[in-house]
Design a protein around this ligand. Structure first.
Ligand SMILES: [Zn+2]
Ligand SMILES: [Zn+2]
Length: 331
């Protein structure tokens, strides 16, 4: 799988979620956020958190040369922060200008910043390709668009890791196609439904099951269709939560939600709090998409149907929101 030792790089690049890796990640975040907020008005700041941050980047395979290019801080200066200049008999620098500190702390080991050959876990890559196949894109078409042979493409879908370069090209292909109708791009209807059927048989999940902050997280579970709600208290509560979550996502105030659902305001309030502060990974299931939702638009496409007007309008609105805010969800 991976020979990276457990720690930050293994968390980030291999998606390991063991205790050691999770702890390393929280340390990374804490170190970085604290240092960024540590008063930029001071003439000098402590270089230690910056040194720690550079080490994390190095652990992810980023060299000082790359960090220098990304930050505009010269390599020699980075070196005096990490290890000092032994040839001059000086140890690691203890203080640093805040502007340089901030420039360095802003750099993260994203796919764009990693060396192109760096191996990263393939979860996001698999999910993106699987969702496109479910939406009716034959694997051969995707392989061609990625400049890959069919066998290499299948190997990619089976492998645990891909290079950062490959993950990036897959991501841009997905960004270009998730919203497109394969039949309008030269895929015939039969090939389209063969692709969808193959994906469905393998339990691959649709575009709508992921959002931008879950699709690359190996530990995240897809949003799944709600099961037929049994009429017991727990099921009813789950349905309520789901309705409330839905209404908040459309920007309804708690009072309005309470009125609409005929619930006490205090109950609505506590559920809203729970949803907002609760673990994001345990979002209530969204339920089957209905016409008039952007998710349903994608579902129509996935089924090889022509999206209805309501769904087309919802999808266009989600697209506009995405261009304006970078998120498809209503604020
Ligand atoms: Zn680990
Ligand atoms: Zn529809």
């Amino acid at each position: 799988m991976s020979d990276r030792p457990h720690g930050y790089a293994r968390y980030r690049l291999d998606g390991c979620r063991c205790y050691t890796c999770g702890y390393a990640r929280s340390q990374y975040d804490e170190n970085r956020t604290k240092a960024i907020t540590a008063g930029t008005w001071q003439p000098y700041v402590d270089a230690a958190p910056v040194r720690t941050h550079i080490r994390s980047l190095q652990e992810c395979g980023m060299g000082l040369r790359t960090i220098a290019t990304l930050t505009g801080v010269e390599r020699q200066r980075l070196q005096s922060i990490t290890s000092g200049r032994p040839e001059r008999g000086t140890g690691p620098q203890s203080r640093i200008r805040p502007a340089a500190a901030e420039a360095i702390l802003r750099v993260e080991p994203t796919l764009e910043n990693l060396a192109p050959g760096t191996k990263v876990h393939a979860a996001g890559t698999h999910r993106r390709m699987q969702a496109l196949v479910l939406a009716g894109w034959p694997q051969h078409q995707l392989a061609v668009r990625l400049g890959m042979t069919d066998p290499n493409f299948s190997a990619m879908l089976r492998g645990s890791h891909v290079t950062a370069r490959r993950a990036l090209t897959v991501r841009s292909l997905y960004d270009a196609l998730w919203n497109a109708d394969p039949r309008k791009h030269g895929v015939d209807t039969q090939a389209c439904s063969r692709a969808s059927n193959h994906a469905a048989r393998n339990d691959w999940v649709p575009v709508g099951a992921w959002d931008d902050d879950t699709i690359d997280d190996p530990a995240a579970a897809p949003w799944t269709a709600a099961e037929e709600p049994a009429l017991n208290r727990d099921a009813l509560a789950a349905v309520r939560r789901e309705e409330i979550g839905h209404l908040i996502s459309f920007g309804f105030a708690e009072e309005e939600i309470a009125q609409r659902l005929g619930m006490a305001l205090s109950t609505v309030h506590s559920i809203v709090l729970e949803i907002r502060t609760g673990q994001r990974r345990e979002r209530p299931p969204q339920g089957e998409p209905k016409c008039g939702e952007a998710r349903m638009y994608r579902r129509h496409l996935a089924r090889g149907e022509t999206p209805c007007d309501a769904c087309r309008a919802a999808n266009a609105a989600a697209d506009r929101r995405y261009r304006l805010t970078g998120s498809q969800k209503a604020a």
